[in-house]
Design a protein around this ligand. Structure first.
Ligand code: NAG
Ligand code: NAG
Ligand code: NAG
Ligand code: NAG
Ligand code: NAG
Ligand code: NAG
Ligand code: NAG
Ligand code: NAG
Ligand code: NAG
Ligand code: NAG
Ligand code: NAG
Length: 860
């Protein structure tokens, strides 16, 4: 038992000793009634204390000189639960300090708002819901008001204007909505305001900055507020400002004030050139600066040297000009440095080793080259170098530190870590990239908590075998049935959506699905990597505009997929798994948790899930560049269709530069065999991982062009793995729903075989043919004698030694036709009628690597 709990039992029993002897309508009586009513049975059952004295001598209680009136009641963390009844503490009319924080109180009594003498009120960390009564304006003497971490909703009443003595206002972590009332401008004594993590919207009241001359700390983070940097001018005592995750605009420079120590402007729409923060601003007080995920341009400051005390610097994900790594070595106190996606090129300067207190370094998503310099690793906990072009070996100091680090990521570089002694077979089959001797460290799987690790090898082997073994078991355990079609056709009106109570319908082009959920905000959404992110089905509804057709990305075999932006800006693909299964929610959750742990650079990661009534919703990382189906067949070469989903991405993307670069390159690259080969190889690696890296093997069962997505870097990623078995149906139905042109012969026959890894190989062969020919599996113009399928057509050509005729004329890097013909032959092997004649995915990876086209002449 913790000390706190022990103390609370003592305190409670102490209180209870006195319950019998209270006179009605005295403060003694009100306090003891209150405690008697609110204490749960468990917390009062212990040894009795015998302290015969008035309530005034109880711990946590203070009285005035007359000993008749309680002026202070501190009952924090005593396990008080339920609604506070009337005629208890609401009657303590001399009460000045009331602290009921850290209990499970659910409602306030109606006589509560008559406590006009209160100076300090702390109700934080309870479960109080409902809106704030407007007669809270009675608390004219209040100096500190803390309602944080409750379930309050509705508007903050205008009568807040009466709280003219208020110095500290904490309403954070509730569900307050609508505007910040202009009445707050009357609270001119305020020193600290925290309204963060509510659902406030609209603009700040006019004259906001000028009203608060004494304000030192302002936190409006995590709302949906709009406004401009000028709204904050006039805050002349401010030392800490946090307006992260809102929609503020203007020049971030307007937010700078000399005395500021903490500035968090992240996730807004601020603009401006950061290099203008020059010596005009003495930044010597600055300790924390977060400007990430805005629209800053130009170069990162060269005058940062003035910020001698800075410990936390984040300018990631902006729109900087291409530039060298900024000079930061004089910022010797830095503990956190985030320059991710800051358009950096060139080398990482060796001076970075001077930052001895650095514990977190993120320079991912840049174009940095050369070797990793020596890094002081004593304090290093998080290191992300992914998505650069770094080469050479990972320094020994870093390697040795890895097992005790919290997170690290070296993916998508040209790095080696030969010294590690990892079984090369595991790496060759399971990880992206490998060379003759040294495996390339290109494995996002490494980017995870590793606290319990004894060593890299152990961890890798464990992760691989455990995850796959477990998921394999799960798949076996899943007995799934296809749910019979029972579409209710309830149309959810706009009004109802606002109330976020269900049932809710999902619209696709062909059907409407219904999730029978009563209260959308009581249905949690689990996001694996962000367990503290408190989002609900209501957020999913909001982020997909109630599963609006406009956000529909695709209608897949397992159900429709929508695009959404979760709160905190995570962009996701939301897949509604419309097929039921016999698993309970609990079992299904467990399985999804396991699926979420299967990671490979060529698999689309499962981000989280949500159970909404009968519907199970899987949430995936959003893939910026669509799927191979769009890429090969839907878009004319080099042209964006205006009604295409990909256009939206570019408009809404938080950093246009990166995506546009990647995508315009990508569109051009459709003519590039090198890119198509990369897609073929990556997809093969994903399947090799599922088949050979896992025991028992995971059979995908739905390999096709539209299951292969292209990420930000145009790296292929296979989607939907694991779903076939989990949400699948009987074999007959599954085959019936298979995509035409992709069904292996052994599954077409009257006597169906069960799918094996070799059936995936067949489907992979079809995808490979699509990559080479640019044609669709069925429906393109095929001669009659070839059954109208791509497979028969290509196989016939290969047999007649006319393979070159099958090659897509759009492929422009010719002169390597022999390599492409070799690829065609691999596809031929994959599509053999007899499963036993088909190569394994592992062999296919090897074959494709042998015909890797030369880099020469390629645009990088
Ligand atoms: C608490 O007070 C409410 C309202 O006065 C009453 O209904 C309830 O029975 C009381 N509970 C206890 C345990 O005294
Ligand atoms: C409580 O303490 C008083 C005085 O110390 C004593 O007279 C009385 O018997 C005690 N009661 C109990 C139940 O122990
Ligand atoms: C809340 O109360 C519990 C005991 O009920 C205690 O252990 C915990 O430390 C308290 N938390 C805070 C923040 O005071
Ligand atoms: C309210 O109580 C919590 C702990 O229960 C504490 O952390 C917080 O600082 C208190 N608020 C005020 C304004 O004193
Ligand atoms: C603010 O949110 C409320 C509901 O929470 C909504 O009715 C209102 O239209 C919103 N206002 C703005 C300006 O977005
Ligand atoms: C700003 O507020 C957000 C939301 O509460 C929080 O995550 C972030 O850490 C805060 N920033 C600072 C500097 O405290
Ligand atoms: C900095 O000061 C110089 C003169 O001292 C002035 O010309 C310049 O405009 C100032 N820059 C900013 C960004 O305020
Ligand atoms: C760096 O900032 C980006 C953008 O806000 C964020 O996504 C990333 O997680 C940060 N990295 C670390 C290590 O905190
Ligand atoms: C590094 O951190 C330690 C411990 O917090 C502190 O004593 C030391 O002054 C810091 N070093 C620098 C250069 O700030
Ligand atoms: C990777 O690095 C090696 C030398 O370390 C170099 O030969 C090779 O060209 C590099 N590959 C790429 C794709 O940059
Ligand atoms: C990576 O760096 C090598 C030289 O180290 C260079 O030849 C190659 O073009 C770079 N690749 C990219 C994609 O920038």
């Amino acid at each position: 038992m913790g000390f706190g709990a022990f103390v609370s039992i003592i305190v409670l029993t102490f209180f209870f000793e006195h319950l019998a002897c209270q006179q009605p309508n005295t403060d003694d009586f009100f306090v003891s009634e209150f405690l008697k009513n609110m204490s749960s049975a468990s917390s009062s059952s212990s040894q009795a204390f015998n302290l015969s004295a008035s309530v005034c001598s109880w711990p946590g209680v203070s009285c005035d000189a007359s000993k008749e009136h309680v002026v202070e009641l501190i009952a924090s963390g005593l396990g008080l639960s339920g609604p506070i009844p009337d005629n208890t503490i609401g009657k303590l009319n001399k009460l000045q300090i009331l602290d009921l924080s850290n209990n499970t109180i659910t409602a306030l009594p109606s006589d509560f708002w008559s406590l006009g003498s209160l100076k300090v009120l702390n109700l934080s960390s309870n479960q109080i819901s409902g809106s704030l009564a407007s007669n809270f304006g009675n608390f004219g003497l209040l100096e500190a008001f803390d309602l944080s971490s409750n379930h309050f909703s509705g508007e903050i009443p205008e009568t807040i204007s009466s709280l003219v003595s208020l110095k500290l206002l904490k309403l954070d972590k509730n569900k307050f909505e609508h505007n910040i009332p202009s009445g707050i401008l009357q609270c001119q004594s305020l020193v600290s305001i925290d309204l963060s993590l509510n659902q406030l919207n609209g603009t700040l009241p006019q004259g906001f900055g000028a009203a608060f001359r004494k304000l030192e700390s302002l936190n409006l983070a995590g709302n949906n507020l709009h406004g401009h940097d000028s709204d904050f001018s006039g805050l002349r005592s401010i030392t800490s400002v946090n307006i992260s995750s809102n929609s503020f605009q203007g020049s971030f420079l307007g937010m700078f004030k000399e005395q500021l120590e903490v500035i968090d402007l992240s996730r807004n729409q601020f603009e401006g050139q950061i290099s203008q923060v020059n010596l005009n601003y003495s930044l010597s007080h600055l300790v924390y600066l977060d400007l990430s995920e805005n629209r800053l341009s130009g170069e990162i400051f060269q005058y940062l040297n003035a910020a001698q005390n800075i410990k936390h610097l984040n300018v990631a994900h902006n729109r900087f000009a291409s530039q060298k790594f900024p000079k930061i070595e004089s910022l010797s106190r830095l503990e956190y440095l985030n320059l991710s996606k800051a358009n950096l090129h060139g080398h990482i300067p060796a001076e970075i080793s001077k930052l001895s207190n650095l514990s977190s370094l993120d320079i991912s998503l840049n174009n940095l080259i050369g070797e990793i310099p020596f890094l002081r690793s004593e304090n290093l906990q998080i290191l992300d170098l992914s998505y650069n072009n770094l080469s050479g070996e990972i320094p020994q100091t870093v390697l040795e530190k890895l097992p005790s680090m919290e997170k690290y990521n070296f993916s998508y570089n040209n790095l080696t870590f030969c010294s590690l002694g990892i079984n090369p077979n595991i790496l060759q089959t399971a990880f992206y990239g490998s060379s003759d001797n040294c495996p390339i460290a290109a494995n996002p799987k490494l980017f995870k908590r590793t606290k319990e690790r004894k060593g890299m090898e152990l961890a890798l082997v464990l992760t691989l075998s455990m995850v796959c073994l477990l998921s394999g078991l799960i798949f076996l355990a899943f007995g799934c049935r296809r749910k019979t079609k029972s579409w209710a056709m309830k149309q959810t009106s706009y009004k109802e959506e606002q109330n976020i109570s269900g049932p809710f319908s999902f619209q696709t082009d062909s059907t409407t699905w219904v999730a029978d959920v009563k209260q959308a905000n009581s249905v949690p959404v689990v996001i694996f990597e962000k367990p503290l992110l408190n989002i609900t089905f209501a957020d999913l509804l909001y982020s997909t505009s109630n599963f609006d057709r406009g956000t529909l990305l695709a209608e897949g075999k397992f159900g429709p997929v929508y695009r959404g932006f979760l709160p905190s800006g995570i962009q996701v693909a939301v897949k509604v798994l419309v097929v039921g299964s016999t698993l309970t929610d609990r079992e299904a959750a467990k399985e999804l948790e396991y699926l979420g742990r299967i990671k490979h650079p060529n698999l689309v990661p499962l981000t989280g899930y949500c159970f909404a009534g009968d519907q199970r919703i899987a949430i995936y990382d959003y893939m910026e560049n669509g799927n191979l189906q769009n890429f090969l067949h839907d878009l004319p070469l080099g042209v964006q269709r205006t009604d295409d989903w990909s256009t939206d991405t570019w408009e809404e993307g938080d950093d246009m530069n990166g995506i546009q670069n990647a995508s315009s390159e990508g569109l051009l690259s459709l003519s590039s065999w090198r890119l198509r080969h990369k897609i073929a190889l990556g997809t093969a690696r994903a399947l090799a991982f599922l088949h050979h890296g896992c025991s028992p093997p995971i059979i995908h069962r739905d390999v096709k062009a539209s299951s292969v997505y292209l990420d930000y870097n145009l790296e292929p990623r296979l989607s939907d793995f694991g779903l076939a078995k989990i949400f699948g149906s009987s074999l007959d139905e599954e085959i019936a729903r298979s995509s035409p042109g992709y069904v292996p012969p052994e599954l077409c026959q009257p006597e169906c075989d069960i799918p094996t890894p070799k059936s995936d190989v067949y489907c992979y062969g079809v995808v490979l043919f699509e990559l080479i020919t640019g044609k669709k599996p069925v429906g393109d113009d095929y001669p009659e004698e070839t059954e109208g399928t791509l497979v028969s057509w290509v196989r016939a050509l290969v047999r007649k030694n006319l393979a070159s005729r099958a090659i897509d004329p759009k492929i422009s890097d010719r002169g390597i036709d022999d390599l492409i013909e070799e690829a065609l032959k691999i596809g031929y092997l994959c599509t053999a009628d007899l499963p036993s004649k088909r190569p394994s995915m592992q062999q296919i990876v090897g074959l494709l690597k042998d015909i890797e086209p030369p880099a020469a002449g390629e645009k990088s």
